[in-house]
Ligand binder design. Structure first.
Ligand code: YH5
Length: 277
């Protein structure tokens, strides 16, 4: 495993876990403020996450929640590009959460330096598009498609199957010319997995550290935490912080979270107690 993640002009130390703050740029269903206000809201939220200690931001214009509607190319570009342009000078790497090669290229042109692809660069031309940039790439495992993935997920050995898939995608990325120090892998919590699958992946996250890439974990507010606590999505922040800390203790180097401040506190307590250095 490399001790650094290279993303465009940034080089991030992986000695301690990094916190990736989630920035959704989707229309506000409670108001009709229009595009400008949606972008302004996302930018204000992103600035707050950086003040709270985010090491990087993940900007997404298409919801990948189970059952969410796909978004067209032009609409996705209209949502994310103004936000990336506004945040490019903030001083933290920006990640673009997309499966579309055109969005990857345009987002990097606007200032993004990480490509976060829930389809692990499997779309036609996506590998080439990512390889043509200096951005880091996050390769995530998903069984099925967002619309139907939670219908009946099945595995023999979930850890071995997800590991095998990610090993194949790392090899494909390396063959396309993406250096190991630019590659992140992610088991894809909640993407075509039942609770027992998610828990096995969390328990055995260390199995993914041997793939020659650093590990990202995205557990924040997900339905497995709702199943465990019985709480609705707006009441899952404590469970999310604990899950992020467990992931970090099992080797995750990037934690994709909504509540950056609380996650930072949890990591600080762990590090103080463990005297990690
Ligand atoms: C991820 O794990 N997840 S979008 C459902 C929720 C709450 C949150 C029902 N993009 C990941 O965050 N990218 C998403 O409540 C991601 N890893 C990476 N790399 C889904 C999400 C969510 C879904």
């Amino acid at each position: 495993m490399t001790a650094h993640l290279r993303c465009g002009a940034y080089c991030l130390s992986l000695e301690r876990p990094l916190v990736m703050g989630i920035v959704n740029v989707t229309p506000d269903s409670f108001s009709d403020g229009g595009r400008f206000l949606d972008a302004a809201r996302a930018v204000a939220h992103a600035r707050r996450l950086v003040e709270d200690g985010a090491d990087m931001l993940d900007i997404g214009g298409e919801s990948s929640r189970p059952g969410a509607q796909p978004v067209g190319l032009d609409e996705e570009l209209r949502r994310v590009l103004p936000v990336i342009e506004a945040l490019a000078g903030l001083g933290v790497p920006l990640s673009i959460d997309t499966v579309k090669p055109e969005v990857m290229c345009r987002a990097v042109g606007a200032g993004a330096s990480i490509i976060n692809d829930i389809a692990a660069l499997r779309a036609p031309d996506a590998l080439e598009a990512a390889a043509g940039t200096q951005a880091a790439v996050c390769l995530m495992h998903m069984q099925g498609e967002p619309g139907t993935m939670q219908t009946d997920p099945r595995y023999g050995d979930v850890v071995a199957e997800v590991r095998g898939f990610l090993a194949g995608r790392v090899a494909a990325a390396r063959a396309a010319g993406i250096a190991a120090e630019r590659i992140v892998v992610d088991p894809g919590f909640g993407f075509g997995k039942r609770i027992e699958h998610n828990l096995a992946l969390l328990r055995h996250l260390d199995h993914f550290a041997g793939l020659g890439a650093c590990v990202l974990a995205g557990l924040s507010r997900k339905s497995m935490l709702g199943q465990i606590t019985g709480k609705q999505v707006s009441l899952r922040d404590t469970a999310s912080v604990v899950a992020a800390l467990l992931a970090a203790q099992n080797g995750a180097k990037i934690l994709r979270v909504h509540d950056v401040a609380a996650t930072r506190d949890a990591l600080a307590v762990w590090q103080a107690a463990a005297q990690l250095d």
